[in-house]
Design a protein around this ligand. Structure first.
Ligand code: MN
Length: 202
């Protein structure tokens, strides 16, 4: 099979109490696996998708069957998400920290804008910090499993960080309190990884 759920770089319980172990197990082993299984089924029955990079497929999302857009997006987004977090979190540094202050005024201001966009995403979706080739930064929210790499997203670009605001990402610990989850999530963000992505986007 062409696509696989990548293993976590940390234990299932290592992000607690920000993200509880049961949520991580269900989210990684069941939800993400289901996107990968459905994506592989779709690719197996469509030779035009075979042998291509997932990012290349997703870039043309406007012409994809829904099943490929949703499950391909689901696979890419979750792989990116696991890799955006680290036990104990970290502090912003380097060029990205400077760019955030220059664009938003402060780290707090960026996080507030990000959290507000996450709360404001109606229904299921994602909220992103996106970088452009000029080193600019912006906050983008997307529905379902869409992401800023897709041509269907107006303010697309290179994802630097992304948080999953589907209920399955937070409901066991936070119930309906999506705003509390968004606020707490910063405690486990891997800023080193984010800075690496920002460097590559420029
Ligand atoms: Mn999810």
């Amino acid at each position: 099979m062409p696509f696989e759920v990548p293993p976590l770089r940390y234990d299932y319980g290592a992000l607690a109490p920000t993200i509880d172990e049961q949520t991580m197990r269900l989210h990684h082993d069941k939800h993400h696996q289901a996107y990968v299984d459905k994506l592989n089924e779709a690719v197996a029955s469509d030779p035009s998708l075979q042998g291509r990079e997932l990012t290349d497929i997703l870039a043309k999302a406007s012409s994809l069957p829904k099943v490929v857009r949703n499950n391909g997006g689901g696979h890419w987004n979750h792989s990116f998400f696991w890799d955006s977090m680290t036990p104990g979190g970290s502090q912003p540094n380097g060029r990205l920290a400077d760019a955030i202050i220059s664009r938003f005024g402060s780290l707090d201001a960026m996080q507030n804008e990000f959290n507000t966009a996450g709360v404001g995403q109606f229904g299921s979706g994602w909220v992103w910090l996106v970088g452009g080739s000029g080193g600019d930064l912006r906050i983008v929210a997307t529905p379902n499993q869409d992401n800023p790499l897709m041509d269907v997203v107006d303010d697309g670009g290179t994802p630097i960080l992304g948080n999953d605001v589907w209920e399955h990402a937070y409901y066991l610990t936070y119930n309906n309190r999506r705003a509390d989850y968004l606020k707490a999530w910063w405690n486990v963000v891997d800023w080193g990884k984010a800075d690496e992505r920002f460097g590559a986007a420029r």
